[in-house]
Design a protein around this ligand. Structure first.
Ligand code: FAD
Ligand code: SIN
Length: 545
């Protein structure tokens, strides 16, 4: 969508600017459109409006739904347990207790979740790793697609929301752009909006806003193998960090245990949902033997950090490229009903899930850290809020519980909407913001300088800062990242801006933050495992950078 009045303008004003159109950004825009009908809301998104991590979510959305078997205490306990003693108890309580209401709103907005075949008045609740009860609402194995469809349709009904597709946010605007020297200890850094590249015209436009919200999603593209689509380049976290904002827990990168092993290579890797294990599938080594009993009594349904590490260990000690997920014993009809997309994808590669075991490998999946926010999504920069996967709310601690992410985005979007409905009247535009200065830059002559650095970056992160880390590996990564950083900064200051260059630059920042946070953590906890400090230490807090 592109606003009809927009055409030649390079200065755009809105009361609230949201960057990102996934579950977090769009659900926030919908709520604001209702609660602030007189305010103008602009949503910028760098691709088509539905392209997001959200769209690819498979397993579903966790919420306490069946009062006969489940309750808030159980969901809270499971989340805390998965988070390995690093969750904020208050964030966990907020998300779990507000969860059923926001999922209810999603249903009111038109989202369809599967119902039990035998009892269609009840939702069919799935199970995933680390959950002690069935509490995952899902739409077959394409829940994210259904949620994104609902939000895209709903948002069209509000005239005060304008969505700008193919607009790439380059930088958030702060006092730095007015010529002030801003450092990490400058108090009261303020945000006035963002500069964004109109990908069609190639021009950078200024977007002024009273309040700006980053809803830019994840960072998966920093690794070679990832389930995240190409938009997941950590832009929001990197922009925010460049603006001297506070981020936390960046060392906790979640690897999903079961991405489909495809020797032909695919980007992103296709996910085999954890719900498949919740449905009864069993992990086995290449010779068909079960192995999870060696690692956790919950077997294939242990939390993700444990399962991914176990698979990594089996692959490394045996010298195998993958392990198997065995679905052959499952009810074929029920499996096809619940997982039609997964079944068909495997079939397209010659794998009939009822005849053959599915080869799987861990792949980077989710960033548990990010922009540090409080219970209203407020960041350390004034007038700048953040929501969704780009944030660290404290919910996930050292490891996210499956299907808690979509829920977190919805809950915090509602909290930000409520806060802004109360406060937006008291907020103001900043006048005198300069236009983007592109003087002294020329068009890139050799794209290979960018593409090769992308490849190197992914290799460095996958080889040295993956599931298992060590001091030596982290030092190596950090030395090589510094070189890439210098080369890319030199390119950035002399070259006309392109999304590819900005994304590379942002991913280098993300890689630096992950590596630095990992070096600070002298213990193994949740998703951060290092051979130099294999044990968990008592009383170690979040890593703030
Ligand atoms: P996203 O949905 O990723 O949206 C980010 C938006 O920001 C996109 O629109 C993007 O284009 C835009 N953007 C980014 N940078 C810029 C920029 N510079 N300028 C303009 N726009 C920008 N979680 C669950 O809870 N349950 C699941 O079953 C589940 N399954 C998953 C399966 C897969 C394959 C993947 C990849 C993730 C899954 N997750 C799941 C995680 C979950 O989908 C995400 O964490 C969640 O959708 C993130 O939502 P978000 O709105 O924060 O970000
Ligand atoms: C999955 O379906 O396995 C993904 C669920 C999640 O990431 O929460």
């Amino acid at each position: 969508m592109l606003s009809p009045y927009h055409k030649e303008k390079t200065l755009n004003k809105s009361d609230i600017l949201i960057i990102g159109s996934g579950v977090a950004g769009f659900s926030l825009a919908i709520r604001l459109a209702k609660s602030c009908p007189n305010e103008k809301i602009i949503v910028l998104t760098k691709d088509k409006e539905d392209e997001s991590n959200t769209k690819y979510a498979q397993g579903g959305i966790a919420a306490v739904w069946d009062a006969d078997t489940d309750n808030f205490e159980k969901h809270i306990a499971d989340t805390l347990d998965a988070g390995d003693d690093l969750c904020s108890e208050s964030a966990v309580s907020i998300v779990v207790k507000e969860g059923p209401e926001v999922v209810g709103d999603l249903i009111d907005w038109g989202a369809k979740f599967d119902r039990e075949k035998a009892n269609p008045t009840e939702y069919d609740l799935g199970r995933e790793g680390g959950h002690s009860e069935n509490r995952i609402l899902h739409y077959k194995d394409i829940t994210g697609w259904e949620i994104e469809r609902t939000l895209c349709e709903k948002i069209k009904s509000f005239p005060n929301v304008v969505v700008y597709e193919h607009y790439y946010a380059v930088d958030i605007i702060t006092q730095h752009h007015l010529g002030y020297n801003i450092t990490r200890v400058t108090p009261d850094i303020e945000c006035y909006g963002a500069y964004a590249l109109n990908k069609q015209s190639g021009k950078i436009e200024t977007f002024l806003a009273k309040a700006t919200v980053l809803a830019t999603g994840g960072t998966g593209q920093v690794y070679k193998n990832t389930t995240n689509p190409s938009i997941a380049t950590g832009d929001g976290i990197a922009m925010f960090y460049r603006a001297k904002g506070r981020v936390s827990n960046m060392e906790f990168v979640q690897f999903h245990p079961t991405a489909l092993y495809n020797p032909a290579g695919e980007n992103p890797d296709f996910l085999i949902s954890e719900a498949v294990r919740g449905f009864g599938a069993i992990l086995k080594t290449k010779d068909g033997k079960e192995f999870m009993h060696k690692y956790d009594k919950r077997l294939s349904l242990a939390p993700r950090d444990i399962v991914a590490r176990a698979i990594d260990n089996e692959m490394k000690t045996r010298g195998d490229d993958y392990v198997y997920l065995d679905c052959r014993h499952l009810d074929h009809e029920a499996f096809k009903n619940h997982f039609p997309n997964i079944y068909e994808k495997c079939k397209s590669l010659g794998i009939d899930a009822f005849e053959h075991m599915i080869p799987v490998v861990p792949a980077c999946h989710y960033m548990c850290g990010g922009i540090t926010v409080d219970e209203y999504g407020k960041s350390s920069i004034l007038n700048l809020f953040a929501v969704g996967e780009c944030t660290c709310t404290g919910l996930h601690g050292a490891n996210r519980l499956a299907s808690n992410s979509l829920l977190e985005g919805l809950v915090y979007a509602r909290r930000i909407a409520n806060y802004l409905a109360q406060n937006i009247q008291k907020m103001h535009y900043k006048e005198g913001i300069p236009k983007w200065n592109a003087s002294g830059t020329t068009d890139p002559k050799e794209m290979v300088l960018i593409t090769q650095s992308w490849k190197e970056l992914k290799e460095i992160m996958s080889n040295y800062v993956g599931i298992v880390r060590s001091n030596v590996r982290l030092k190596r990564a950090s030395d090589r990242l510094y070189l890439l950083y210098q080369e890319t900064e030199a390119l950035y200051t002399t070259t006309t801006i392109s999304p590819q260059l900005c994304e590379l630059r942002n991913l280098i920042t993300i890689a630096y933050l992950i590596t630095k946070a990992a070096s600070f953590r002298k213990e193994s906890r949740g998703l951060h495992f290092t051979t130099d400090y294999p044990d968990k230490m008592p009383f170690i807090e979040n890593t703030y950078l």
